[in-house]
Structure formats: structure tokens, C-alpha cells
Design a protein around this ligand. Structure first.
Ligand SMILES: CC(C)(COP(=O)(O)OP(=O)(O)OC[C@H]1O[C@@H](n2cnc3c(N)ncnc32)[C@H](O)[C@@H]1OP(=O)(O)O)[C@@H](O)C(=O)NCCC(=O)NCCS
Ligand SMILES: CC(=O)OP(=O)(O)O
Length: 329
């Protein structure tokens, strides 16, 4: 069965997950929400001014009947949310005054993240109209990392027909250390398993097994070593160039004997420049659908979108968000 069909079956077999969409002024979000509601997959909560959200839906012939729409600022729980956010921020460096807390709660991404934090929603999808930094910062401040995790990363599920791969980190950490890369690999292997991929992890570089030298190469081979020590049960190798990781004939030449080279399906990039560029090239030149960024390592499910996303991308990441919420139960 197709992966997203499996995820749909999974979320249909449980209580409906309440997923909050802070961008009620974006037609792609409303299109996906209308379809998700029609398909009876989850309970969407849209943030925005009700009359404006409904007017945009009508203009685009979208049915939002039964969808909860909340205007954060006029909602009865606004003061309570400000108070709870203020308490959550105590002891940190940001939003220390009540005034700052109230200002933050006017931002739909902060308010939506607080709905998730307080258990009024099970997950959040945003980023069609906001940068990744604006989408992710509330989650970093409020939800923080899962127990045992140190850093959040962002992966993409790259899909073309039957082909599916996980690329990471394509969204969050600008220049990760070797330890952080190893952690991102573990998070990405878990994402791969969730969508039915048996993970084979390649730590990518411009070098294969010492063919080039330098600190950038050392970081990647060190990350592979750390990962192999921590997760001997997951096949992994590095440092590998992409052709050695992906093409069996090249793997034989460049990395003979590797259990991963030529067959990798989880690709860990050395830093954000290469990860973000690679996923967009694969999407735009390679004809793959890019689902994500799937935020990995966050304490509760919050997922980002590219501002270049389609309504179908929103639909798919929403299903994945609900599946993450169900799996965490
Ligand atoms: C994600 C990002 C916004 C974080 O920004 P930052 O400046 O490092 O973080 P801030 O200074 O705002 O700090 C917020 C908090 O989150 C923490 N944090 C930052 N990155 C983190 C990560 N990857 N995982 C967990 N926590 C993180 C910080 O340590 C800080 O915690 P503190 O308040 O307890 O000290 C930033 O790294 C970024 O812009 N990344 C690139 C996003 C992007 O444009 N991607 C391309 C498009 S997808
Ligand atoms: C993930 C990503 O690159 O997001 P955006 O296109 O919005 O910058």
C-alpha cells in the first residue's frame, strides 16, 4: 500500500488528531484543510479572523463547514495563554516581561504552538507564508527538544512514484557538529521507518572514504563513526559522495565492501547549504515531491512548509503530523 495511504489508515484508526494551522489567510492552507475535513482525517483548527477566513474560502469555492476557526486575540483563552507562555519563558533569556509575552501571543505561530503545548491541539503545520525561522522559533522556545535529544533538525521525504528517500538536515541547523549530524541521522532513520523505509544511512561529503582531505571531510567521517557506535543496528556509512552512496556501480569502485554504498535511502548532508540546495534541485529538476520540512526531535509534532509549497504538500505534511501525534500517544 502507498505510504500516505498507510498513514491515513493509521490516523483513521485512532481518535481524530487536532492539528492547528496558523496561516488562515493562505489559500493553499485552506484548500488542504477543506480536503482533510472532507476526507475525515483530522480535526483542523484554523487561526485567523473568522470573517476573513470564510471570505477567502468562499472566493475559492472551498467548504470549511465544521472547521474550528479561532482569532487568537479575541479568543476567550487569550489572557490565559499569555500567562502560561509568560510562565514557560521564566528562567530563560527571552520574553521575560508580561508585555513581551502578550506581544508574542499576537503572533499566530506562537499562539498555535501554545495550543500544542497546553494540549488544546495535538500538532501544528505552518510555514506556507512564514520563513522557517519564524515558524520554528516558537517551537524551540516553547516545546523544546524531546527527552534525550539535543538538537532539532528538518528532513524532507522525497517521493517520485515508488521511490522514497529521506534527506536531512535541509531546514534548521546551519553548521552542525559531528555529534549533531549523528543525532540528525538517528532522527532521520526514525522518520524513514515511520513511512515504511528500512533505513540505510549515508553521511554525504565531497569525499568518499578518504579520497579528499580536510576538516569538512573529517567532520562527516567522525559523524558516521559516532552514529555506527551509537546505532550498530542501523546500516550506515560515510563519508560518501552522493554517487557512491546511490549508484551500485560507482559504489563498487569507490567504496567496495560498504553495506550501504549504492543502496542508501537516508541522506545526511554535512551542513544546511548543501542539504537545502540538494532537496530543491531534486524537487525542481528531478521531479520529486518534497514533503517537509519534517521537524525532527521536537517534543511535540510541529511541522514546517516551504513557502513554495502546494496545497497537496500541505495535505501530506498534515497527515504526517497527525501520524506523529498518534505514534507519540
Ligand atoms: C532555527 C534557527 C531560527 C534558530 O535560530 P537561533 O538564532 O540559533 O536561535 P535563537 O538564538 O533564536 O535561540 C532560540 C533557542 O533555540 C535554541 N536552538 C537553536 N537552534 C536549535 C536547534 N536546532 N535545536 C534545538 N534548539 C535550538 C537556542 O539554543 C536557543 O535556546 P536558549 O534560548 O535556551 O538559548 C536558525 O538556526 C535558522 O535560522 N536556521 C535556518 C533556517 C532556514 O532559513 N532554513 C532554510 C529554509 S528551510
Ligand atoms: C524549507 C525551505 O527551504 O523553506 P523556504 O522555501 O520557505 O525557505
Amino acid at each position: 500500500m502507498e505510504v500516505f495511504e498507510q498513514l491515513k489508515q493509521l490516523i483513521k484508526s485512532k481518535d481524530k488528531q487536532r492539528i492547528v494551522f496558523p496561516e488562515g489567510d493562505d489559500v493553499r492552507i485552506l484548500t488542504a484543510v477543506s480536503q482533510l475535513k472532507k476526507d475525515d482525517l483530522l480535526e483542523p483548527i484554523v487561526l485567523g479572523k473568522k470573517d476573513q477566513v470564510l471570505a477567502l474560502a468562499k472566493e475559492n469555492d472551498l467548504d470549511l463547514s465544521g472547521v474550528m476557526i479561532i482569532d487568537p486575540v479575541t479568543s476567550p483563552d487569550f489572557e490565559d495563554m499569555c500567562q502560561k507562555f509568560h510562565e514557560r519563558m521564566q528562567g530563560g533569556k527571552h520574553f521575560q516581561t508580561m508585555e513581551e509575552a502578550e506581544k508574542a501571543m499576537h503572533d499566530a505561530n506562537f499562539y498555535g504552538t501554545m495550543l500544542v503545548y497546553t494540549g488544546k491541539a495535538d500538532g501544528m503545520v505552518s510555514g506556507a507564508a512564514h520563513s522557517t525561522a519564524d515558524t520554528v522559533r516558537p517551537a524551540l522556545f516553547i516545546l523544546k527538544t524531546k527527552p534525550g535529544m539535543h538538537r532539532i533538525s528538518g528532513s524532507f521525504i522525497m517521493e517520485r512514484g515508488e521511490e522514497k528517500y529521506v534527506f536531512a538536515d535541509c531546514a534548521i541547523s546551519i553548521d552542525p557538529t559531528a555529534d549533531q549530524l549523528a543525532e540528525f541521522a538517528a532522527q532521520s532513520a526514525a522518520t524513514a521507518k515511520m513511512i515504511g523505509i528500512d533505513p540505510k544511512v549515508a553521511f554525504l561529503s565531497f569525499s568518499t572514504k578518504g579520497s579528499a582531505k580536510g576538516p569538512q571531510v573529517d567532520k562527516v567521517s567522525e559523524a558516521a563513526k559516532i552514529f555506527k557506535d551509537q546505532h550498530p543496528e542501523i546500516p550506515a556509512d560515510g563519508e560518501l559522495q552522493f554517487d557512491a552512496a546511490f549508484v551500485p556501480a560507482v559504489a563498487k569502485l569507490k567504496a567496495p565492501g560498504s553495506e550501504v554504498a549504492g543502496h542508501a535511502n537516508v541522506f545526511v548532508f554535512p551542513e544546511l547549504q548543501s542539504g537545502n540546495i540538494a532537496y530543491k534541485i531534486t524537487q525542481r529538476l528531478g521531479g520529486f515531491t518534497a514533503i517537509g520540512p519534517v521537524l525532527q526531535g521536537v517534543a511535540k509534532p510541529v511541522n514546517d512548509l516551504s513557502r513554495g509549497c502546494s496545497a497537496d504538500d500541505v495535505y501530506k505534511i498534515s497527515i504526517l503530523t497527525a501520524a506523529q501525534a498518534v505514534s507519540a500517544d
